[in-house]
Design a binder for this molecule. Sequence first.
Ligand SMILES: N[C@@H](CCC(=O)N[C@@H](CS)C(=O)NCC(=O)O)C(=O)O
Length: 242
Amino acid sequence: MPLELFLDLHSQPCRSVFMFAKKNSIPFEFKKIDLAAGQQYGEEFGKISILRKVPVMRDGEFILTESIAILNYLAEKFRTPDHWYPADLQKRACVNEYLAWQHSAMRAHGSKVFWFRAMVPLITGAEVPKEKMDSAMEDLNASLKLFEEKFLQDRSFIIGDQISLADLVALVEVMQPVGTGVDVFKDRPKLTAWSDRVKKEMGIALFDEAHDVIMNVHHLPQTFQENGMLEFLKPRIQKMFN
Ligand SMILES: N[C@@H](CCC(=O)N[C@@H](CS)C(=O)NCC(=O)O)C(=O)O
């Protein structure tokens, strides 16, 4: 049985797993879980993961959640080129350092801006209050600044001259607010040049394939409406504001 990846490419961690597998010619079956249709809450998906989040990997009887764990598993199992997740102790530690930091910084802040700009108005019918939006943008800008100053510095990629899992995970998160029209690259030549390098390494066609849906989020309202997801998501939005 081929390895299965349960994915929705609206999701940043799904995009990193998808691109990593494709780039490294890892054979897999793409199992689409449509988040906007609420398929993560269905009975079938519940049997695979009670976390009810994507990505999920199934390799035979073995089920793994959490994108970082999945990326590490794929890198080890398929012995992908060393630069992705280097054997060198300190280089690997630097990849891990970024992967640990990003959850509560780049990912949290980019996702919040995405929700505030694309999802909240759709679900509540109202724009996010300006001070909340400004505060979310401030957090995102602070993360982008730290990314450039601490994690990138004057290197081509996070750990030096070659791309690693850290760069891939970073760029998919950076792209989430971009999908809502925020130009995070404006006045950030270092970030822009790094992003171009990562895209080139991944292959522009693969990068565009993975990002097609997030660059066209305007299709989401209809999917949410058709699947009765708008009412369902309202309490979640309330929580976000409390
Ligand atoms: N830490 C997890 C995050 C997974 C996650 O939050 N997935 C989101 C999409 S980006 C999801 O499935 N959300 C569905 C939901 O919360 O209903 C990872 O890196 O895999």
